[in-house]
Design a binder for this molecule. Structure first.
Ligand SMILES: [Zn+2]
Length: 495
């Protein structure tokens, strides 16, 4: 206080000098902090997006994984993302203030601007927005885009393409050659020859632009730091629950990304767990938790890299929106209950095709519920009560009660009609959406036994958890908007 009084009443010249000294006193510590700040610049950045993944998905996956790990004697029970030091939340609404789709959500993360449904890196007026990947490239960083869905899908596409329509898959694919992205990996392209399959193959210009396209596990394994630009495709790209040993996991794609992108100027790697969303749309809890765990395995790969370069690495993990209104009944869902999800052997997609094969050769007169009882038992570990389907089922399986059986039979009757979606009528649509009815009933029953509930087949506006570790981690603590995440990434990266 006395200093300020002194300044206020000192003669003009002295006042200026004191003022100068005061300013210097304020500036000097800031200058001496400068090297520390420079050290904290995030040079290796992982943005990891679980599509459709919010609190429910993360808790369910953690409980399930904890049970699995306990059974195999592993001490670490938490998901890597749930254990990161900084946790925040993130709002996800789109430019209209409504529940977002993946395109608008990815645009907010990639470009820092809200847009309307279906748009990729363009604003509501259709104006092209610069992406964080472009900015990272301009700063000399290498860039990678990895997804477990196709690379022309909304989330990955918003990081390299600009389009007023997320379903313009062919046009999006044609933006790959000029994108400058160094490493693409994941599910390939959805429409490489256009919607009518009559256009030149998009892989032509991709190869011409210098991308090495790999389509097998062997080719992928042979890639190394000097391989140049890479477009690594895995076809078919199954759910993790259906994956065979020769398939490449999201963690595998992430690890290879690090190997190919690591360079003195740093990199930006976006990794999407794109199928959590698909499983949640179908209300298939077992597939959703396994997808979430597969995504978390990729987070673990990024975290291991962070541990080697803690001052220069930033890992940010979040979802783009929630799907399904997935909830976990914390009061009753003990680990033992979660273990019932282990009974499900394959995804809803596999079971649907089994039912559809049956339905093709049967009609309402010839179809018998007993015919599919063995399949239900084999896929979901169900055991039927005495008097139903001759009490068949997996030994030691999950015993169904009368309500469960009634639900399955009602769904089977709908399956047999072969009518799906809106055509089947409003009530059926509300119950089964576009999905194969018996499959929906079976996955929902299994989920219920694990204490998991669903409120919808579409997206919800639930806030997203945001987790972070590394250079700039504190920026992500507390409450965020999805556009803030973009701004904070740039601040951490010095872009
Ligand atoms: Zn979705």
């Amino acid at each position: 206080m006395s200093v300020f009084l002194h300044v206020a009443f000192a003669p003009e010249r002295r006042r200026r000098r004191i003022f100068f000294l005061l300013v210097l006193a304020l500036v000097l510590p800031a200058l001496s902090d400068a090297p520390a700040f420079a050290e904290a610049r995030a040079k290796y950045v992982f943005l990891m997006i679980g599509d459709g993944m919010a609190e429910g998905q993360r808790i369910a996956a953690e409980r399930f994984a904890a049970g699995e790990r306990a059974a195999s004697g592993i001490k670490e029970r938490r998901l890597a993302m749930n254990a990161l030091p900084v946790q925040g939340v993130c709002a996800t609404h789109d430019a209209d203030g409504r529940v977002t789709d993946s395109a608008a959500a990815a645009t907010a993360l990639a470009c820092g601007r809200k847009t309307t449904t279906g748009r990729l890196a363009v604003d509501p007026e259709g104006l092209t927005l610069p992406t964080i990947t472009q900015l990272a490239r301009s700063a000399g960083m290498k860039v990678g885009i990895v997804s477990s869905v196709t690379l022309d899908d909304a989330t990955p596409a918003a990081f390299y393409a600009h389009s007023v329509s997320r379903s313009a898959y062919y046009d999006i694919a044609l933006q790959i050659p000029g994108s400058g992205v160094d490493y693409f990996a994941g599910g390939g392209l959805r429409r490489p020859t256009g919607p009518k399959k009559d256009r030149p193959d998009a892989f032509g210009p991709i190869r011409d632009a210098g991308y090495r396209v790999t389509a097998t596990r062997e080719e992928f394994d042979r890639l190394h730091a000097a391989s140049g630009r890479v477009f690594a495709v895995l076809r078919p790209s199954p759910f993790d629950i259906d994956r065979t040993n020769d398939g490449i996991s999201l963690a595998g794609f992430t690890a290879k990304g690090i190997e190919l992108l690591d360079n003195p100027k740093g990199f930006f790697l976006m990794v999407e767990g794109g199928k959590i969303d698909l499983a949640c749309h179908a209300n298939d809890a077992a597939t959703a938790v396994r997808e979430t765990i597969a995504f978390d395995d990729a987070v673990r790969v990024a975290y291991d890299f962070y541990r080697k370069h803690p001052r220069e690495t930033l890992v940010v993990v979040l979802g783009d929106h929630e799907t399904g209104g997935m909830s976990v009944d914390a009061a009753t869902a003990a680990e033992t209950l979660f273990s019932v999800l282990r009974r499900q052997k394959n995804s809803y997609v596999r079971f649907s095709s089994t039912v559809e094969t049956y339905v093709r050769t049967h009609d309402a007169r010839t179809a018998r519920f007993g015919d599919v009882a063995d399949d239900l038992a084999a896929f979901f570990g169900f055991r039927f009560p005495a008097g139903v389907a001759e009490g068949r089922g997996t030994a030691g399986g999950i015993t169904l009660d009368e309500t469960d059986v009634r639900e399955l039979k009602a769904a089977f009757a709908q399956s047999v009609t072969g009518m799906r979606g809106r055509k089947a009528g409003k009530e059926m649509y509300r119950t089964y959406s576009e999905y194969e009815p018996l499959t929906v009933a079976a996955t929902k029953i299994l989920g219920r036994k694990a204490g998991i509930g669903w409120t919808t087949f579409v997206h919800t506006g639930a806030p997203m958890p945001v987790s972070a570790v590394g250079a700039g981690q504190e920026l992500f603590r507390g409450s965020n908007d999805n556009t803030d995440v973009h701004a904070k990434l740039r601040a951490a990266m010095g872009l």
